[in-house]
Ligand binder design. Structure first.
Ligand SMILES: [Zn+2]
Length: 402
C-alpha cells in the first residue's frame, strides 16, 4: 500500500467487508484472508486463531511496541466478523452489496458491526503515525451472534501467547455513546420425553406438550416475580427477563404427544447469575419427573445449557470508561439490554467499555444500515484515541499480570 493510498475512508473497507457473506454458520476465512493481506500491507503481523474445525478464524494484530513499563499492554479494539442471517427478510436490495442512499449505507452487518471494523482498518495509519508509548491491538472475532463463542479461544491466549490489552473497547453499535453495563444471557433447551397414547385415553399416556406448558407456566411466573422484585432503572426493562423462544412437539391431533422441546433464555442484570431461576425450574421438573417415571421409565425431562454470555458492569473508576468518555467528548454513560463480548474480556481482566458506531435498532433487520455520519463520529473517536496515553497508574480491580 503506497503512502498516498494509506488513508482510505471507512466506506472503502465497509464495502469490501459487507461483500463477504459471513453469516455465522458460514466460514469467515475469505474475509480473514483479505483482512490479513491488508494488515501485511501495513507491515503488521496478524495472528490467526483458527477454530477447531478449521472453518473460521479470529485475528489479533498489534500496532506499536510496548515501551518502558512492559505491563502497559495498551488498548484493544474488538469487533466480530460474523453477521445474522438474511433469510425470509424483505430486503429491498442485495444485503451483501453496500448501497449508499441519502447518507445511509445499507447492507447486512453495516451497523452490527462491520461499520466499526471498517473504522478500525481506516484508522491504522493514524495509529501507526501517533508515536504512542503503548500499543494498540485490533481483535477480530467470529461467532459472536451465536453466543459469543468465537472470541473465547482468543481471550484464552491473552497474556499467554498474545499480549493482553489493558483496556478493550467493544465496538458494538451504541451510536458512539459510552456503555458501561449490559445484561448477561443464559439460554437453554428443555426436552420432554412423554408417552404416546390414543387421544381418547389420555390417562394412559404422558402428554409431553402439556407437561412442557406447565414448565413454561413456571418460567412465566418467575419472569413476573423478577419484574416485581428488581428495579435497576439504568436498564430497559429495569429487571431480568425470562422468555421462551421456540417450542415444537406432537404428531397429530388425536395422538397424545410423546415429545416436546422448547428453547428459553434469561437476560440477567449484572450481579444476577441466574442460578436461582435454573434451580427453581429444576425443582418443578423434578416434581414432574417423580410422577412420570412411575408411569414410564423412559419418560424424562432434560435441560441443556446452550449459551452463557456474562453480564458486563464496569467498575466505578474504570480507565476504559474514562478513555471512552474522553475520546467521544461525552460526560454520560449508559447501560444496554443486549449482550456483547465485553463481559468475557472483563472476566479475563481487561477494563472494558462498549462504544461503537450505528444504532442497535437497525441491527438484525432487513435493510440494515449505518449513517455515514456515524462512521465519521467513530473515526473522530479513533483519531483522538490514537494520541490518548494511558496513565502509569493502574486502576483496581484490574491487577497487574504477574
Ligand atoms: Zn454485534
Amino acid at each position: 500500500m503506497s503512502a498516498s493510498s494509506e488513508y482510505l475512508p471507512p466506506e472503502y473497507y465497509l464495502e469490501k467487508l459487507v461483500a463477504f457473506d459471513t453469516i455465522s454458520h458460514r466460514s469467515n476465512l475469505q474475509l480473514v484472508d483479505w483482512l490479513c493481506e491488508i494488515l501485511k500491507k501495513h507491515h503488521l503481523t496478524p495472528h490467526r486463531i483458527v477454530s477447531k474445525d478449521g472453518q473460521k478464524a479470529s485475528v489479533f494484530v498489534t500496532i506499536g511496541e510496548p515501551q518502558g513499563d512492559s505491563r502497559n499492554a495498551g488498548i484493544g479494539l474488538s469487533g466480530h466478523t460474523d453477521v445474522v442471517p438474511v433469510k425470509d427478510q424483505p430486503w429491498t436490495s442485495d444485503p451483501f452489496r453496500l448501497r449508499l442512499d441519502d447518507g445511509r449505507l445499507y447492507g447486512r452487518g453495516t451497523a452490527d458491526m462491520k461499520g466499526f471494523l471498517a473504522c478500525m482498518l481506516a484508522s491504522i495509519p493514524y495509529f501507526k503515525n501517533a508515536k504512542r508509548s503503548s500499543p494498540i491491538h485490533l481483535l477480530f472475532s467470529y461467532d459472536e451472534e451465536i453466543g459469543c463463542t468465537g472470541v473465547r479461544p482468543m481471550i484464552e491466549k491473552l497474556g499467554v501467547t498474545l499480549p493482553k490489552p489493558r483496556i478493550v473497547i467493544v465496538g458494538e453499535p451504541t451510536a458512539m455513546r459510552v456503555v458501561d453495563a449490559h445484561k448477561g444471557i443464559r439460554s437453554f433447551i428443555t426436552q420432554v420425553q412423554g408417552l404416546e397414547a390414543h387421544s381418547s385415553t389420555p390417562q394412559k399416556g404422558i402428554n409431553a406438550i402439556m407437561l412442557a406448558a406447565d414448565l413454561i407456566t413456571g418460567l412465566a411466573q418467575q419472569a413476573q416475580a423478577l419484574q416485581q422484585s428488581e428495579g435497576n432503572h439504568r436498564f430497559d426493562p429495569p429487571y431480568s427477563t425470562v422468555h421462551v423462544g421456540t417450542i415444537s412437539g406432537g404428531t397429530a391431533q388425536n395422538i397424545i404427544p410423546r415429545y416436546c422441546q422448547f428453547r428459553w433464555e434469561c437476560r440477567l442484570l449484572p450481579g444476577h447469575d441466574g442460578q436461582n431461576i435454573l434451580a427453581s425450574f429444576e425443582q418443578r421438573c423434578e416434581a414432574h419427573r417423580k410422577t412420570i417415571k412411575k408411569m414410564a421409565p423412559g419418560a424424562d425431562i432434560r435441560t441443556r445449557a446452550v449459551h452463557h454470555v456474562p453480564a458486563f458492569g464496569a467498575c466505578d473508576n474504570s480507565e476504559a470508561i474514562a478513555l471512552a468518555l474522553s475520546c467521544s467528548q461525552q460526560t454520560q454513560t449508559f447501560a444496554v439490554s443486549y449482550g456483547t463480548e465485553a463481559g468475557l474480556f472483563e472476566r479475563a481482566g481487561c477494563a472494558c467499555v462498549v462504544c461503537g458506531p450505528g444504532d442497535i435498532a437497525q441491527a438484525h433487520k432487513p435493510d440494515e444500515y449505518i449513517e455515514k455520519a456515524e462512521l465519521e463520529k467513530c473515526m473522530a473517536f479513533l483519531r483522538r484515541l490514537a494520541t490518548y496515553e494511558l496513565s502509569d497508574k493502574l486502576h483496581p480491580p484490574y491487577p497487574l499480570p504477574a
